[in-house]
Design a protein around this ligand. Structure first.
Ligand code: 4NP
Length: 172
C-alpha cells in the first residue's frame, strides 16, 4: 500500500510530456520512443514521464504502424506502445503537450473550455527544429517508406532539442 502511495507521489512530481498526432500510430509514438531514449540515456527516467495520444480514436489499442516501427528499429528504437485517444483532462494532467502539426494543435486547443487557460503548455514539435524552419511534422501515413525515415530523423533532432530545453528549464 505504502509502495503504491510512494509511486503515486513520485509520479505526481514528474515532469509530464504528451506527444499528440492524428492517429497515434506514426508520428507521436515515434516522438515518444525517441524522447524516452534521450531520457534513459541521460539517466532521467524517474524525472520525466512521456506518453502519446491521437486526436482521433481510429486506431485505439493498435501498435504503431509497422512502417514506423521498422524505421525506428533500423536505428535501434523499439516502438511498442498502444494507441489511445487524446482527452480534455490531458490538458490538466500534462505539463507539456507537443502537437505534430497545426491541425493537431487546433484540435487540442478546441477542448480548452472558453475563458480558461490550460495547465499544459501546448506547442508544435517543429518549433524545436533547429535545422529547417517549418510548422508541421508531415504525416507519413499515406506515403512511402522514405517518408517514415524522414519523419524519424526529424523527430530525433526535434525531441533532442526539446529534451535539452526541458533539462535547462527544470534544472535537471
Ligand atoms: P499519425 O498518422 O497521425 O502520425 O499517427 C496517421 C495514422 C493514421 C491515419 C492518418 C494519419 N488514418 O487516416 O488512419
Amino acid at each position: 500500500m505504502l509502495d503504491i502511495l510512494t509511486a503515486e507521489i513520485q509520479k505526481e512530481a514528474m515532469i509530464k510530456v504528451l506527444f499528440v498526432c492524428l492517429g497515434n500510430i506514426c508520428r507521436s509514438p515515434a516522438a515518444e520512443g525517441l524522447m524516452r531514449k534521450h531520457i534513459d540515456e541521460a539517466g532521467l527516467s524517474g524525472k520525466i514521464l512521456v506518453e502519446s495520444a491521437g486526436t482521433s480514436g481510429w486506431h485505439v489499442g493498435d501498435l504503431p504502424d509497422p512502417r514506423m516501427r521498422e524505421a525506428a528499429l533500423r536505428h535501434g528504437v523499439i516502438l511498442d506502445t498502444r494507441a489511445r485517444e487524446f482527452r480534455a483532462e490531458d490538458l490538466s494532467t500534462f505539463d507539456y503537450i507537443i502537437a505534430m502539426d497545426r491541425q493537431n494543435e487546433r484540435d487540442i486547443l478546441a477542448l480548452v473550455p472558453t475563458g480558461t487557460t490550460p495547465h499544459a503548455w501546448v506547442q508544435l514539435m517543429r518549433s524545436y527544429d533547429q535545422e529547417e524552419k517549418a510548422d508541421d511534422v508531415p504525416d507519413p501515413y499515406f506515403g512511402g517508406k522514405h517518408g517514415f525515415e524522414q519523419v524519424y530523423h526529424m523527430l530525433n533532432r526535434c525531441t533532442k532539442v526539446f529534451f535539452d530545453a526541458i533539462k535547462e528549464t527544470h534544472g535537471l
